[in-house]
Design a protein around this ligand. Structure first.
Ligand SMILES: [Ca+2]
Length: 275
């Protein structure tokens, strides 16, 4: 029996209607899982079972390299990084690192995280390690990085690999949370800008090149200890915790990127700074 004209039209349109329904569902599902971030292009409070699940790439050599842990001092969860001297090499050296953003990096950016160094598992020594770096692929040692060395945090930055400036930004305070915020205009020329705050206090305000000529850097956090690839040092283990990792674009602000529940001004008034 021939179908009425209306049914023929319905059957003809059915594949199109179904496709539209599926596309709409997938879009809505993605929308539900990714809340609007405003001017932030990455934000992870580490409360999910998998820390850094939305990051660009994980560079981990062992099961202990990156785990989900209780936030020291309470208040939910944090990401726990552990690097051991005898860990397998990852990309030619000892590292437990995450590339948070790569392709999303633009000329002007904001970066922020909470970091916690446990006294028992982060013993001071002269041999340094990188806890955060801006790395330009194929161009060797990072043009900008935050390192720990002999109990001090050091911001190393410049447009010439052999003459990067070393700026002391305070002690590697133990068993307490440090909130680090960095604002950068990435440039290999004089228009470059590097600003940093620790616990709301400005510790770097530097104009000038903060990268080598070439592509914009990717941003990495974790533990990278190049010395351990070829030698032992006075310790064989490094542990740190990260929480509230955020990356913002040029339209972000210090208040928006700040990694604490309270704005910097109030925070400074309520807490005694270790600096
Ligand atoms: Ca958290």
């Amino acid at each position: 029996m021939p179908l009425p004209q209306d049914y023929k039209l319905l059957y003809a349109l059915l594949p199109i209607l179904l496709s539209a329904f599926i596309i709409t569902s997938v879009y809505q599902d993605q929308h539900k899982r990714k809340p609007a971030l405003g001017n932030l292009i990455f934000a992870d409070d580490m409360e999910s079972r998998r820390p850094f699940s939305e990051a660009h790439r994980l560079e981990l050599g062992a099961p202990h390299s990156l785990t989900s842990a209780s936030r020291p001092g309470g208040g939910g969860k944090a990401a726990r990084f552990e690097l051991r001297q005898n860990d397998p090499d990852v990309k030619g050296s000892r590292r437990a690192e995450v590339t948070v953003v790569k392709d999303e990096v633009e000329k002007e950016m904001w970066y922020a995280y909470d970091v916690y160094f446990p006294a028992a598992d982060f013993v001071d020594e002269d041999d340094d390690e990188v806890i955060n770096q801006w790395y330009q692929s194929g161009l060797g040692t990072p043009s900008a990085s935050i390192r720990s060395k002999a109990g001090r945090l050091q911001f190393r930055v410049g447009g010439d690999a052999d003459a990067r400036e070393k700026i002391d930004i305070g002690p590697v305070a133990k068993d307490t949370w440090l909130r680090i915020v960095v604002h950068m205009v990435h440039a290999s020329g004089s228009e470059g800008l590097t600003q940093a705050w620790v616990n709301g206090k400005m510790v770097v305000d530097r104009k000038g090149a903060n990268m080598y000529p070439g592509d914009l850097p990717k941003w990495k956090v974790g533990i990278y200890k190049s010395g351990w690839a070829s030698e032992t040092t006075t310790t064989n283990k490094r542990v740190l915790f990260l929480d509230n990792v955020r990356v913002g674009n040029a339209s972000a602000s210090l208040a928006e990127i700040y990694t604490g529940p309270t704005p910097p001004a109030q925070q400074a008034a309520q807490q005694e700074s270790p600096y």
